[in-house]
Write a protein that binds this ligand. Structure first.
Ligand SMILES: O=C(O)c1cc(=O)[nH]c(=O)n1[C@@H]1O[C@H](COP(=O)(O)O)[C@@H](O)[C@H]1O
Length: 274
């Protein structure tokens, strides 16, 4: 089954556009686990168990594991998600991007070592850096397009004088991703919830691509505006929230609190559907 099909099924089954981002920071763990990096798996598994019927995807961010020499815990977590939530696709947030020979290793890391269903990539180095990921049929390949951070303006909003119509960089990328780069139908785009006007613009240029939209919750993006701008019959959205869910409570009730916030966010996104 392709990543797009998996996503459609989980969205339907859980009636959810919400992706819970797994960005474990030991300093924010509850009670006796605080500061203990050996509890990364336990913390994330508890969040997964508490939210697995409320989400259309999970998105572990690899840096939060690698920074603590906890890639083995990420491997366990990937296996755990497949065991307890086999219908929920997992997007490995790695934001990789390098020449083809190195990209082959990054693709192997994401899809063979960690068994992810999709991966985030930086498209800055061009089409050939994406190809090794597309070689894994059925896997999703999600390219940074219009990111949620303020510095996204530095490059992504610049106009390309040499391209007809002088599109902004993110507009040109959305066009390439929808057309000539998407030979296998595996590509999606990242667009920040902090910029609803640009979500609408990307949706106009890329009507059928799945959009991963981070930035609701801790970054203050508007859930309702996000859904109105991004969701259409032909194009689905995956709206990520990490810290607002993970750290809803720093007490022993952290998993129940995470569930409450995830449910409220899921319901808010659902209510905004046309
Ligand atoms: O690719 C991403 O997931 C991503 C792209 C982007 O433009 N902005 C962005 O915040 N992210 C990621 O989405 C998550 C947002 O986390 P919260 O702000 O805590 O919800 C983090 O894991 C970021 O690395």
């Amino acid at each position: 089954m392709t990543f797009t099909d998996q996503l459609a099924r989980a969205t339907r089954q859980n009636q959810s556009l919400l992706c819970v981002g797994l960005d474990p920071e030991p300093s924010k763990f509850p009670g006796a686990w605080a500061g203990d990096a050996s509890r990364i798996f336990d913390f994330c598994a508890a969040i997964v168990d508490a939210t697995k019927d409320l989400v259309c995807a999970f998105k572990p961010q690899i840096a939060y594991f690698a920074a603590h020499r906890a890639e083995d815990q990420l491997e366990r977590l990937m296996a755990h998600m497949k065991a307890v939530a086999p219908d929920v696709p997992v997007i490995l947030d790695a934001k990789r991007g390098d020449i083809g020979s190195t990209a082959e290793q990054y693709a192997r890391e994401a899809f063979v070592r960690f068994q992810a269903d999709a991966v985030t990539l930086s498209p800055f180095m061009g089409r050939d850096t994406i190809d090794p990921f597309l070689a894994y049929a059925d896997k999703g390949v999600i390219l940074l397009c219009r990111t949620s951070n303020p510095g996204g303006n530095d490059w992504q909003m610049q106009r390309l004088a040499d391209v007809p119509g002088q599109p902004r960089l993110f507009e040109h990328l959305a066009h390439l991703a929808q057309t000539e780069w998407n030979t296998t139908g595996q590509i999606g785009l990242v667009v920040g919830a902090t910029f609803p006007a640009e979500i609408a613009r990307v949706r106009e240029i890329a009507p059928t691509l799945p959009l991963l939209i981070p930035g609701v919750g801790a970054q203050g993006g508007d859930a309702e505006a996000t859904v109105k701008a991004g969701l259409t019959e032909a194009g689905t959205i995956v709206v990520n929230s990490s810290r607002a869910v993970l750290y809803a409570s720093r007490g022993e009730d952290f998993a129940e609190a995470a569930r409450r916030v995830a449910m409220a966010t899921r319901d808010q996104l659902d209510a905004a559907r046309a």
